[in-house]
Design a protein around this ligand. Structure first.
Ligand SMILES: [Zn+2]
Length: 68
């Protein structure tokens, strides 16, 4: 691979990388799989507190990870 190709590849990889961390930094709970259903619930008009409850996210630290 040429150097320019490698640069392009890395740029693409960064763009497609998942923004949300897989685990909560504070308590270690898995949160990556919750992110998409959470957004879907919000799109349906659910309040975010209710969406978190349905998805089993109770702690504030995990909520903060998803909201940010
Ligand atoms: Zn947490």
């Amino acid at each position: 691979m040429e150097t320019s190709n490698i640069k392009n590849y890395l740029t693409e990889w960064r763009r497609s990388a998942i923004i949300i961390p897989i685990r909560c930094f504070s308590c270690g709970k898995l949160i990556a799989h919750v992110y998409k259903p959470y957004l879907e619930l919000l799109e349906k008009g659910e309040p975010s507190e209710k969406a978190f409850k349905e998805l089993g996210i109770e702690r504030f630290c995990c909520k903060r990870m998803i909201v940010n």
